[in-house]
Design a protein. Sequence first.
Length: 407
Amino acid sequence: MKIEHFPPEFETALPVLEKITAAGFEAYFVGGCVRDFLLHHLIHDVDIATNATPHEIAQLFPKYFDLGIEHGTIAVLERGETYEITTFRTEQGYEDFRRPSQVTFVRSLKEDLKRRDFTMNALAVDTNGNLIDLFDGLKDLEEKIIRAVGEPEERFSEDALRMMRGVRFAGQLGFSIEEKTFAAMKKRHDLLEKIAVERIRVEFEKLLLGDFATSGLQAFLDSELYRCTPHLLGEDKALKTLLHALQKQTLENPVLAWTLLYDFTSKKVGIETFLRAWKLSKNLMNDVKKLTAFLPVRKTRMLNTWEVYQLGNSLSQQLEMLMIYYQEEVDLAGVTEVFEQLPIKNKSELDLSGDDLLKNFQYPAGLWVGAALALAEKNVVIHRWPNEKNSLLEKMAEEFPWNKYLK
């Protein structure tokens, strides 16, 4: 097969390949970018493979960055763009079931492609548009099959994360996993325990956010990979509930995904413990914890003014969207209206400061200042007090529990 018209991403990168081939080496577009082009999907990154060693590439491109030269990867800067270039290699000694203890640079494209995970990712395209397909990857793409290159057990023993990548691709592409490949996943699912949680989480999130998440989640369950992930052992019922819920609508972002997942679990551990075990970012954890706190309320009624204010417009909207998965009526317009009618949208808009309180009441600074500001904030938000400094000071003199704080 020959590609007559390169996508823009390939056209932009083509001079890099041509510079390498002009020096007497081979260079190809490889892996996911080729797969995505053939599937008419958005190309995120252009990966280039060559038989030139990293040091030979460095001589061709003065502007380069070491991304792991010892493993064959170097990044070059060309015409304002950065490209990762990897030398053909073979790998041996996967003692941690993830990283090879020995990498050998080779001059053969076939030797390089045979170490890749799945046939659909073992495709290469040269500068003339010729597709190199040594493992029937194109046929598997056309038949929507995820098949390991060579012996599946060997591939998964080399890098156990490949099993998660397999179910992730099922969730993203809607492909089925070839029988022998799936059998190897199920047999060696325990190897996933050797993989860092951060890497597993990345694949799992992509699965949950995929257009065909139910396919990926079903494979995740049936392969028993879930048994080797944080706090999901014994939660097959929760995953089945999530699978059923995702038949209604796909998930739009990680906040919704993690909130929904945790809510369906048996909650044997608290939300903080659960999320920390999965190594989520601090910001993502905070958002999920907020939604988790307000979810029981929203299941019974619409959020009130104070609750919408506390969550903010974005998270209030996301909480409303979660109702789809609980077969509850969704009212995004209603939430937006409540937020837009708030007298203040955040604490900084309050027409009262700690200095104002200290100057007016002339008490020593203490816990009462924060408590007074919190009282003013809530009463302004719920439309009980006007957001005007003098009026707020008057209300504070009348209603703040001074005896509680000034003994």
